[in-house]
Design a protein around this ligand. Structure first.
Ligand SMILES: [Zn+2]
Length: 53
């Protein structure tokens, strides 16, 4: 489970705030909005990303 380094909150994946861009997904802490992680998408087609809503 990811932990925010800015406010020490342990955040479940369901609560993370996701921002999907064409080549990268950025995940923010819901408590303080600090960036928790970045994930490269390696050119995956957006329609095949099952986490996207
Ligand atoms: Zn935080």
């Amino acid at each position: 489970m990811p932990q925010c380094r800015a406010c020490d909150a342990t955040v479940t994946a369901a609560r993370l705030v996701r921002h999907d861009y064409p080549r990268v997904t950025v995940v923010h802490c819901p408590e303080c909005t600090a960036i928790v992680g970045r994930y490269r998408r390696h050119g995956d087609a957006p329609e095949t990303d099952t986490l996207r809503r």
